[in-house]
Ligand binder design. Structure first.
Ligand code: XMP
Ligand code: MG
Length: 191
């Protein structure tokens, strides 16, 4: 097989495909047990970054026998760069009412937790029956503002990562693992 175009841009793999798959199954089993008495769950995928994790996680929950509804929201705090602006913008709102629903927010990564704190308040103000979060990745910065994170895949170092939905300037989302880019990628003229 030909090398993927992105392999040459990745300095280091942080979480590989097999680790992601195993952790997704483990989280799904745990959540299926915790929600055994709940009719069905509403998964809210936080676009765009959580798209890969949500797709895999929803199927893993399905295999555990838990029916799910899928909703999508987009909120942005990063723009084009690699440092948090602290400003959250709704780019896409929910299509349906969450009142009375058991909601599980599916996140790709929690860094400062600013985006998530804001989102949790928003969902609570819409009278969800319960709101929990499952995030694939957590950076140490999350400890500070700390919205309650019940389900966490991997704790990773404070470094900018790409892949498995996470981008740098909208690229690298299709990379099947999570990794750190080579420094030279950031000094290259943008395509
Ligand atoms: P906060 O700081 O609000 O940030 O918890 C959460 C959002 O910021 C983005 N983010 C990243 N995106 N690589 C990315 O591609 C990273 O290392 C990274 N860290 C934070 C992401 O959109 C997340 O939802
Ligand atoms: Mg995100």
């Amino acid at each position: 097989m030909q090398d993927a175009w992105y392999d040459a841009d990745i300095e280091r793999v942080i979480v590989n495909e097999e680790q992601i798959q195993d952790k997704t199954d483990e989280l799904a089993a745990q959540i299926a047990a915790d929600y055994a008495s709940v009719d069905h769950l509403l998964l809210i995928c936080v676009l765009k970054g959580a798209v890969m994790f949500t797709a895999d996680f929803a199927r893993a929950l399905g295999r555990q026998g838990i029916p799910v509804d899928l909703e999508f929201m987009a909120a942005s705090s990063y723009g084009q760069g690699t440092t948090s602006s602290g400003v959250v913008r709704i780019l896409k709102d929910l299509d349906r009412d969450v009142a009375g629903r058991h909601v599980l927010v599916v996140e790709d990564i929690v860094d400062s937790g600013l985006t998530l704190s804001w989102l949790l308040k928003y969902l609570e103000s819409r009278s969800a029956a319960s709101v929990e979060v499952v995030t694939l990745l957590r950076k140490p910065g999350a400890m500070r503002s700390a919205p309650p994170l019940k389900y966490v895949g991997f704790d990773i170092p404070t470094e900018f990562v790409v892949g498995y939905g996470l981008d740098y300037a909208e690229r690298y989302r299709e990379v099947p693992y999570v990794g750190v880019l080579k420094p030279e990628v950031y000094t290259r003229p943008k395509l």
